[in-house]
Each structure stands twice: as C-alpha cells, then as structure tokens.
Design a protein around this ligand. Sequence first.
Ligand SMILES: Cc1cc2nc3c(=O)[nH]c(=O)nc-3n(C[C@H](O)[C@H](O)[C@H](O)COP(=O)(O)OP(=O)(O)OC[C@H]3O[C@@H](n4cnc5c(N)ncnc54)[C@H](O)[C@@H]3O)c2cc1C
Length: 427
Amino acid sequence: MPKFIDQVINDEILDKLSLKNRYNFINNNLMAILTPEQFNFFKSVQKFCMRFEKKNGITHGPEEDVYDWIPTFGAEGYVTRAHNFEMVDVNYEYYGAVADLLRTLALDSFDTQFGMAIGATVLAVNPIYEHHENIPIRLEALKSLVIGEESGCICITEPERGSDAVHMLTTCDEQEDGSFILNGEKVFNTNAPKSKWVIAYATAEKNNGNTMAQFLIDAKWDGFTVERVGIPWVPKLYLGHEWFENLRVPKEYVLGGIGKGREHLFEGLIPERIGIAYGAISQCWGAVSHAAIYANMRKQFNQEVLKFQGVGFLLTDLWAKTTNLTLGLLKFCEEYDKKMEKFEHNIPANISRAMVASASQLKYHCTNLSKEVCYEAANLMGGAGLSDNTLMHDYVNISRIQEIVGGSRQIQQYIMSMALRQLFKML
Ligand SMILES: Cc1cc2nc3c(=O)[nH]c(=O)nc-3n(C[C@H](O)[C@H](O)[C@H](O)COP(=O)(O)OP(=O)(O)OC[C@H]3O[C@@H](n4cnc5c(N)ncnc54)[C@H](O)[C@@H]3O)c2cc1C
C-alpha cells in the first residue's frame, strides 16, 4: 500500500485496492483472451512483484528510489523479455513481444514510474543487441543492462532538435585510428544521470541526417557530463541534460559509423514506440482497476457510486476502450512474434514498413487513451483519486507525459500520413 500523509479512504476500500486485487481484476479480464502459456508467465511476474512489495516493505512513498529495485528484477529476467540473450548466456524459456507486453503490464501495476525507468534501459539494450558484432565490451554492456546490474539511456534529443531529430547539431569527427571525437549537447534523456551505458547519436556534418553515426558511451569517460532535468509529473525518474566535450569514443564502441546512424535510429524507434504503447495501455489497466474497485465500494446517497449511470457508464466506456485496445496490441505482438520466428529475425522490408505504421498507430492510440482513461478514472474516485492514498495520482501524472515521449502526437500523425501516401502509391 502506498505511503500517505493522511488516510482519507476507509480501511475496507483501501484494503481492497491491494496489488493482489488489482491483479485479480486484470486477470479476470484477460484470462479468456490469453493462452495458458501467456497467462502463466503473466501470473509469475505478478507473483514476483507481490512478494517483492511485501518482503521489502515497499510503500511507493516519495523517499523510495525505484532504481534501487532494478538489479533484483533484472536477476529474475524482468528488465526485458523482448529477446533471448544467448550471446551473453542469458536464456529465457519464454520471450518475445507478447512476453514483454505482459512483463510491462505486471510491473506497471506494481509501480508505474519503476516500469518506465526499466523501459528506458531497454532502449539502450536494443541497439547493442542488434549491433554487438560479438565485440567483448559491447557484450559486457549488453549483459549488465539485461540483468539489471546497470541502467542505460538513449541520447537522441538535443536542446535545439527535438521532433526534428535527424537534423542533429552534435558532431562526431572520425580519427585515423577509427575512434571518434564527439561535441554537443543532449537533453531529456530518461535514466541518463543513473546510467552507466549511454547510446548516443551524432553527425559528421551538422543538420545532415545522412552523416549520422551511433555510439556506445561509458558515462564515466572524461568529456561526458550530465545534470538532472526535473520533470515534476514523474518525480522518481532521473532525466538528463548531457554535454559531450571532446568526448573520445574508441572504435569498438562505434555501433554504426557515419551514414549508418539514421538507419539505426529508425530501427530503434519501432521497439521504442511499441514499448511506450505497452506502458500506456498498462497505465489504463492500472487506472481502471483502481476505479472499478473503488466505484463498487464507495457509497453516496446510500448506494455504491457505480450504480449511478454517470459513474458506471463512464467506467464501462473506459473499460471497453482499454480492453479493445489491449486486444489490438496483443494481436500485433502475436503476429510480430510469429513473423520473427518465420523469417528468423529478418522480417522482409514490406512487412517491416507496415510495422513502422503500426508502431506509430499503437503509440499514438495507447498514449491518447492513457491520457483519457487515467484522468477520467481518477475523476470517478472523486477526491480519493487525487489523494496520495493510492497509486492513482501516479497514473494521472505519468499519463500526461506519454504523448511527448518517443515522438509527439503530431509526429506520429505525420509518420502515419506518410504511410497513407505510400499505401496510395501502392494502388
Ligand atoms: C519524460 C520525457 C522523457 C524523454 N525521454 C527521452 C529519452 O530517453 N531520449 C531522448 O533522446 N529523448 C527523450 N525525450 C525527448 C522527447 O522525445 C522530445 O521531448 C520530443 O521528441 C519532442 O521534442 P521537443 O521537446 O523538442 O518538442 P518540439 O519538437 O520543440 O515540439 C514542440 C511542439 O511542436 C510540435 N511539432 C514539432 N514539429 C512538428 C511538425 N513537423 N508537425 C506538427 N507539429 C510539430 C510538437 O508536436 C510539439 O507539440 C523525453 C521527453 C520527456 C518529456
């Protein structure tokens, strides 16, 4: 149960809002939809979260540092389940897009800011997974991130280049020995002040996307400095503002040389957007599970508020939208896993292109829904929904930032409109 300044919700309702009951609510919704394998994995992550919460006396209070929890979750294989990591001797029986969606859903009900912190480390995992080339230092970085020993971050955004990410100002100068010297500034990078490993993009010629390159950086190197950026809606997350000053990156840390950076950036944006969609739909479930329990117990005018149509019908609307979009996301993940297996991880370009549009559609739709569902579900709980007695305030807050993270709403619409153009040209 969350730590609060003063209890405003009665004991009976507060007890009923336990993590166990919120999981049960979600399980009862999803058990008919998930396969036994999916459901069993989902329940095993839930069990771990419940035990972790109890054993460590987690209150989700403001003094707790969610980054402290990552090694324990990493050791259990819950930082990411998107892949198997046999190249670093980390082998999972169950993995893939569906597994990662379910992992996210279980972690998010436990603590949504924690779920987002882990998600940002995964953004650093993916490019190293794709481009490790069996180089020892890359494998070492990959393993330490996957097992939760270290946190990671990606540095794309710059103070003067946000949505227009391909026209970067951060420069990289290639040296004779194949190393690079980086100069520039990045901002809003989730986890950066807590990260050992940083994935960064820079360009040989300012504003020229064709000359971009991608690097793995050790945050302890000379020439790398980071300050924390405050984002009040997610006070437990550490976002960074970084300066690269004649930062030397040795050759073995260059994940993609000049001309490769742009391709690597876009390759990384697809799993990032899908991951944000997982988080956003999980926030919807977190909010709906709170509101459904509360509205079934809270009485006004001598009856449970759920029975007033203004409450009950709005809640059904939020519930239906959340369920339906979960079905859509699950179907996408199932198909993605099937195709990855069928094409042995090399999905043909035409299918991959369609998935770029799907990733934007899902990111766009899920974050939009999270914004609506979290606010409206809290609203149905009245003052209690805004208080610090439950995790609802976390949901209201985190749902405010999802449309910006990973490319704003308008940028997703822009990508989708280009996809519509391509579809038209295919007629
Ligand atoms: C909590 C949080 C976490 C983040 N994590 C990371 C991270 O880990 N790594 C990282 O690199 N970055 C990260 N970001 C940065 C994020 O990706 C950017 O903030 C985002 O891409 C928008 O860029 P910007 O803030 O510069 O806004 P701007 O690009 O300045 O946009 C301002 C407004 O203009 C609109 N706009 C811009 N261009 C267009 C256009 N062509 N058409 C229509 N509208 C347009 C935008 O939609 C927005 O409404 C994070 C941001 C936040 C807030």
